[in-house]
Design a protein around this ligand. Sequence first.
Ligand SMILES: Nc1ncnc2c1ncn2[C@@H]1O[C@H](COP(=O)(O)OP(=O)(O)OP(=O)(O)O)[C@@H](O)[C@H]1O
Ligand SMILES: [Mg+2]
Length: 413
Amino acid sequence: VPRDREPEVAGPARALGIVGAGQLARMMVEAASRLGVRTVVLAARADDAAALVATEVLLGEATDGDALRALAARCDVVTFDHEQVDLDLLHELERDGVQLRPGVETLRVAVDKAEMRKRLATAGLPVPRYEVLGDGGDAPDAAPDPEELAAAIDAFAAPDGWPVVVKAARGGYDGKGVWPVGGEEAARALCEVAVRARTPLLVETHVDIDVELAVVVARGCDGASVAWPPVETAQVDGVCREVRYPGDLEPDLADRAASLARRVAEVAGATGVLAVELFSSDGHLLVNEIAARPHNSAHWTIEGATTSQFENHVRAVLGLPLGDPSPVAAHVASVNVFGAPSKEAGDPCDRMSGALAVRGAHVHLYGKAPRPGRKLGHVTVCGDDPTDVRERAWAAARALGTPVPGSLDAGAT
Ligand SMILES: Nc1ncnc2c1ncn2[C@@H]1O[C@H](COP(=O)(O)OP(=O)(O)OP(=O)(O)O)[C@@H](O)[C@H]1O
Ligand SMILES: [Mg+2]
């Protein structure tokens, strides 16, 4: 909904365009706002998380060329909230002089898991053993060949045993598009669904993960970069539930993860924030996936670091100097808020008092309509003691209705 009057802006009228208007865009908008930067979001719906807070909202799809051109016409630089983009279309825009940050070459590596695996492996970086089926992500409508899929699953199952992991090359998030396949029957069922949905796939070895970690790097237009320290992440059913700085990461592992992430950022040639998700297995690090945008694993930096990932993303894509990523506390825990399983649990906004009563709890709600299992916000707590910050973050998330997964052993907290 373009507002009919240009807002009056004091100071340099830098305008940042954002494709997509989810919670990441919302937190970019918050950071931009503090710097006096105008934001224009391209939102699929008027009530998207960032559409509720941006300076200006354009309604349209991220894959609609006219909508993208309208966005580009209203801002200096265009960045991204999510990966559901059309690379050919973006390539045309870039050729016509639109400042996309990150650019198409980086997005190509980040939005397609097949391309990501290939590029990182070619650069000599460690990734799980994998096989891309058919043309992979290059042909978005390419249905996997059922026999090829069955053979690939077989080949991975034979030496390593079940399960194997099958992934959609494009379009996955929060574990949607990641299928651990436990046996032949499940493999057959998955083949049928994937072939019917024409989803390009890759098959990979099921990594015996000791710990999952993430490193987030911000890289400026001039190639200068800063990195936040590695964090430990905990996923349940493929979805990130909590992030801890520094968690239980051994300093040596953290150092190796940080340098690996910098190499990934170089290979991807990113401008802006780039997140690198890693597996540690038997002392070895593997790159699971990368995201060329701010990332759930660094929401803790809003209160837990001198400069947040969102502020540095805004700075980086606008060509401004990057800020100090140093943590401001010895320990930080950030827990995601999810919609309660039953509808009667209501809106977390109505349950705010309990969460705000938790000492030091920084509550972020994204303004999304509550639905069971939907990611609605996060809570961050900073402090001196790892158990204490984790307990308080979970207490606040629970007060907001977040179910506590038994496997995380956070139930008693
Ligand atoms: N090869 C693998 N072996 C074992 N576990 C895996 C493997 N690949 C993925 N997983 C598990 O599934 C989770 C989600 O996988 P992945 O990060 O690829 O999916 P996603 O849906 O794109 O996630 P995100 O929400 O981070 O975008 C991982 O964090 C990990 O816990
Ligand atoms: Mg992931």
